[in-house]
Design a protein around this ligand. Structure first.
Ligand SMILES: [Zn+2]
Length: 141
């Protein structure tokens, strides 16, 4: 049986985090951990602010899309090119070429799949309206 934290929020909803081993509250809500929890919240806030500042400065859109991945790769390549030449720099650039090639492949495959799906949908619409005969129907001369 899983226990959950005894804290109830200002909105009346209970905290669903797991309580500490010998207590009834989670780390964030245990009165005995209040100081540490406040420090953790402060650090979390600093980290989130820093992350959003960096995201704006580098125009990062996250890694959930090919465009976002490409943007980060562009930054890595720019940084890699500005390093002194050496085996480390060359490795960074080779890895970037390889990763970039994979991203192009994914982008091309996505485009081809979308085109095929669009063709399939158009074909289904034409078949449903009877404007083209189905393959198993006899063709009229
Ligand atoms: Zn809690």
């Amino acid at each position: 049986m899983s226990r959950s934290c005894a804290h109830v929020g200002a909105d009346g909803r209970p905290c669903r985090a797991a309580p500490l081993r010998d207590g009834s509250y989670c780390f964030m809500h245990d009165p005995e951990q209040a100081e540490e929890a406040a420090a953790a919240r402060r650090l979390g806030g600093i980290r989130r602010r820093r992350e959003s500042t960096l995201a704006v400065a580098y125009e990062l859109g996250g890694l959930q899309s090919v465009a976002g991945l490409r943007r980060l790769l562009d930054i890595i390549v720019a940084d890699g090119l500005s390093l002194d030449n050496g085996i480390g720099r060359l490795r960074v650039l080779i890895a970037a070429v390889s990763t970039g090639a994979r991203l192009l492949e994914v982008r091309d495959l996505e485009a081809r799949i979308q085109a095929l799906e669009a063709m399939q949908r158009a074909r289904q619409r034409r078949t449903a309206t009877g404007s083209i005969p189905r393959r198993d129907e006899p063709q009229r001369p």
